[in-house]
Design a protein. Structure first.
Lengths: 248, 248
DNA sequence: ACTGTCGGTGAACGCCGTTTACGAAGTTGA
DNA sequence: TCAACTTCGTAAACGGCGTTCACCGACAGT
């Protein structure tokens, strides 16, 4: 089973330890507190040793961001498993609420992964591709959203007047979505996932991300004493536009 | 006229120079490059001298954020002056497009002001109040949005089913809005700015901020080759929901 | 047993924020 | 005018930082 040599196992273990400590520092005292020396101190080694595992502090932060995406995806998937396989609307609620809950509980991680300029932190995910939400997390989100749309006859006029200039981009995204959903064993084609719906999904991500980021960064235009109903009402409206009845 | 002593003038001048250099560093090489020593070096003085003007680096960054808000507001106002006083719809387009243009042209500044966790950078604006979008900028935005709504009979059902729990918060925000708009000499009361419209305005800010932040941080779920029409189409929809005809 | 790689060390370089003691001007008031 | 005081700068120092480099012991493969 374990094809790894002793050396490789040890290496992988320290590698995990390093990121675990790095993450603890990020959570506790923010991005700037994630210093190589602090990590090393915590691990009982010296700072230069870390260069055997990471090219630089920036490299470490990049991989840390990957870890965070993976864990977020795992958390959302765990929530999903508690929901009936067929109640897709509830699954969407679960993922969206889970995303907000996670972001508010882990603002530093959220800022690192979802609010870093591209030059201070490359794209998240092992592939260097551009324009992805952190891969693992993105998959969960896209899959459930894609299944939602494909599962239901869409209201007429959904995503009406999608801008001409976006057809090409949306068509590409449509293919990614189809692949993602089909990977999960649900058969869908372009008919079940029309461009208008893909466009609507994009707009929904704008709203979900916008609300969560505004809340995390405290940039709502007034003091919202309890933002949760506002978020839920937004989700209800998004699902309502797709023809799903409201649901707590 | 100038009630300032010679000393005060000199002091204010250096203070501006400091922030000007700080800002240049922020733009050129990012937040982490805004170091006291680099600023001092650029100004031909030593780092401790900066403590005569600012309590700490963090304090400087806070005030820098204020400056940025002020400049952004000035830029948006300059654009506004080129538009007919009465074409409020065009004014809204101008402010919203200006915000996006500015954010894309100044990603580092955007990140500092609009995507900093509250503990790493206090609220923007001279008053320590919570829950404001950077004050100067916020004023421009709120004023034009408030005037837009008040200028027009609203479609029935706008902001239908605003969550009960938000009535109190929205009413408070409504008062702020009324004050802001009336300050500008436009007489409006609660009738012209109903809670549903205030709620719609909040949702619109979520979408506008969401789109801009996603674009700046490159976190759209797919590679959008030309995001501008997407943004414009979103604006058209927002205004359409308020009963305004589309307008390039 | 020999050889090479791997994962660690300690010293060093040049940054950084911040504090401290000190001095040289400018300002003020008798 | 001259003394006292305030303001704004300095140099030195402390501890912390990322990163590089030379070095070295332990392990792996032949």
């Amino acid at each position: 089973m374990t094809e790894a040599t002793r050396r490789e196992r040890l290496r992988a273990e320290t590698e995990r330890d390093i990121r675990r400590q790095a993450r603890a520092l990020l959570v506790a005292r923010g991005r700037d507190a994630v210093t190589l020396r602090a990590i090393a101190r915590e691990l009982g080694i010296t700072a230069p040793a870390l260069y055997r595992y990471y090219d630089s502090r920036e490299d470490l932060l990049r991989r840390l961001a990957d870890d965070i995406c993976t864990d977020l995806a795992a958390e959302l998937n765990a929530d999903l498993r508690q929901i009936g396989e067929d109640d897709i609307s509830a699954q969407v609620y679960s993922v969206c609420r889970g995303f907000r809950r996670w972001a508010l509980a882990h603002p530093q991680e959220f800022a690192l992964v979802f609010a870093s300029t591209e030059d201070t932190l490359g794209s998240c995910g092992p592939d260097g591709e551009r324009g992805h939400v952190g891969d693992q997390f993105g998959r969960v989100f896209l899959e459930v959203a894609g299944r939602l749309i494909a599962s239901h006859p869409l209201p007429t006029g959904i995503g009406a007047d999608v801008p001409e200039n976006l057809h090409a981009d949306l068509a590409e995204f449509q293919q990614i979505l189809l692949a993602t959903v089909n990977d999960r064993g649900v058969a869908v084609d372009e008919q079940g996932l029309p461009l208008g719906a893909v466009y609507h999904m994009t707009q929904s991500w704008v709203r979900i991300y916008g609300h969560v980021a505004l809340e995390v960064f405290g940039r709502f235009p007034f003091a919202v004493s309890n933002p949760e109903p506002m978020y839920d009402s937004m989700l209800a409206q998004i699902l309502g536009e797709l023809g799903f009845p409201p649901q707590p």
